[in-house]
Design a protein around this ligand. Structure first.
Ligand code: NDP
Ligand code: 2IT
Length: 444
């Protein structure tokens, strides 16, 4: 058996019943084949892929907290510190009932390559809990966050591991976690990113993932003489990434016509009203039915359906494995020519293959959504130098980073004989830097 297949089999055997984790590892390993073949003997001797696919450590802990009825609740929580070859562990924290070890390991593994692609000194990590923030009072959210950090604080720090937001974790949760960390450790340091502007947050971090996704998409289209202006865009999700993807799509002259949450989806042929969407989701924390009620042009349908709408560009921005083979078929049949992932691994393996074979320009999340973590790294820089950059400064750095990521991904794909395959390009470009740093640092 060749080295890659051996390592994949080892991962499956050692991590049974973790399908998301297997899926992410398989995608990466499969596309690394040409890069590994150039140096297989050395990588095998150094067990480089075994070390890369095995997290440095996984911290699993119990979070006990008291709800508003005086009832004690108990949740599972995790932090995967995956790889710190190129910088402190860095990656978000997710609060969602679907969180388990498989989900956090897939996200942490992806984060290694994403963070490498940003060109900034950040390693890969991810954390989360099966806690469901929906319907909880502010006091309950605070109680959970404080209990969560009371355990996790031992393992994180500005030069060690720097968590941030992800699904279910936004500015409110980061604030409560930051306050509890500061209270326990007695230090004022940039241990978390995505902080509020009054206590060390960066301008443009909130917008960064969605804006970065559109900067990336624009650059990808430009590389073949195309552009976003005039395009119809389908977006899924209605959270942090989706809202700012929709906002930037408008700014670049495109028309975003859909969004969705876990209960239903909106088709708005006049284009999504971003101000209204922010009011419904960021202020009221309400369902999309409220958007539809306030917007005569919008049609709300319960369940899934965003990918059935005719569009030129599709941007999945909700969650993993939300775009299936049948969705990919509908997109292609409706003339969609580009899919860029705002979420992490939203497209199933079968759907990805179908899109690529149909000639759709497909870019994986680890490249297209790297603007969020890149701007987190810029927040870390600002915290270290005790300075605050303007919105324009951060935004222009973000844009430069996304353009650079596209160019590196594109040229890695070409160099390894797979022009236009941005999955391979992203994995190879991200991997080479990590492999170099791991090799230079010896067997650790
Ligand atoms: P939010 O919690 O702000 O929003 C998530 C959105 O997706 C909500 O509209 C939510 O609907 C929907 N959603 C979540 N889970 C499901 C599900 N199982 N089924 C259907 N819909 C679902 O999260 P973000 O916008 O921050 O994250 C979205 C994606 O982007 C995730 O994959 C995340 O990992 C990725 N990402 C986020 C970054 C960031 O900076 N925030 C950076 C890079 C990637 P509802 O509210 O009804 O649950
Ligand atoms: O998936 C991701 O890249 C994030 N959730 C953002 C991580 C970060 O550290 O900003």
């Amino acid at each position: 058996m060749n080295y890659i297949d051996e390592v994949y089999e080892r991962v499956v055997n050692q991590n049974p019943a973790q399908p998301e984790f297997h899926q992410a590892v398989k995608e990466v390993l499969d596309s690394l084949r040409p890069a590994i073949e150039r140096n297989e003997e050395k990588f095998r001797r150094d067990a480089l892929l075994e070390r890369l696919t095995t997290p440095d450590r996984i911290i699993q802990f119990r979070v006990a907290w008291v709800d508003d009825n005086g009832q004690v609740q108990v949740n599972n929580a995790y932090r995967v510190q995956y790889n710190n070859a190129i910088g402190p562990y860095k990656g978000g924290i997710r609060f969602h009932p679907s969180v388990n070890a498989s989900v956090i390991k897939f996200l942490g593994f992806e984060q290694i390559f994403k963070n490498s692609l940003t060109g900034l000194p950040i390693g890969g990590g991810k954390g989360g809990s099966d806690f469901d923030p929906k319907g909880k009072s502010d006091r309950e959210i605070m109680a959970f966050c404080q209990s969560f950090i009371t355990e996790l604080y031992k393992y994180i720090g500005a030069d060690v591991d720097v968590p941030a937001g992800d699904i279910g974790v936004g500015a409110r949760e980061i604030g409560y976690m930051y306050g509890q960390y500061k209270r326990i450790r007695g230090v004022y340091e940039g241990v978390l990113t995505g902080k509020g502007l009054s206590y060390g947050g960066s301008l443009a971090r909130k917008e960064a993932t969605g804006y970065g996704l559109l900067y990336f998409t624009e650059e990808m289209l430009k590389s073949t003489g195309d552009q976003l202006a005039g395009k119809t865009v389908a977006v899924s999700g209605a959270g942090n990434v989706a809202i700012y993807a929709i906002e930037k799509a408008w700014q670049l002259g495109a028309k975003p016509v859909t969004c969705s949450d876990s209960t239903g989806w909106i088709y708005d042929p006049e284009g999504i009203d971003v101000a209204l969407l922010k009011e419904v989701k960021e202020v009221k924390r309400a369902r999309l039915t409220e958007y539809a009620a306030a917007r005569p042009s919008a049609v709300y349908t319960p369940g899934k359906g965003v990918w059935s709408v005719k569009c030129d560009v599709a941007l999945p921005c909700a969650t993993q494995n939300e775009l299936h083979l049948e969705d990919a078929k509908m997109l292609v049949a409706n003339g969609c020519t580009a899919v860029c992932e705002g979420a992490n691994m939203p497209t199933t393996a079968e759907a990805t293959e179908y899109l690529q074979k149909a000639g759709v320009r497909f870019c994986p999340g680890k490249a297209a959504n790297a603007g969020g973590v890149a701007t987190s790294a810029l927040e870390m820089s600002q915290n270290s130098e005790r300075l605050h950059w303007s919105f324009e400064e951060v935004d222009s750095k973000l844009k430069g980073i996304m353009v650079n990521i596209f160019r590196n991904v594109d040229s890695a794909a070409k160099e390894y004989g797979m022009e236009g395959n941005y999955v391979a390009g992203a994995n190879i470009a991200g991997f080479l830097k990590i492999a170099d740093a791991m090799t230079a640092q010896g067997i650790v």
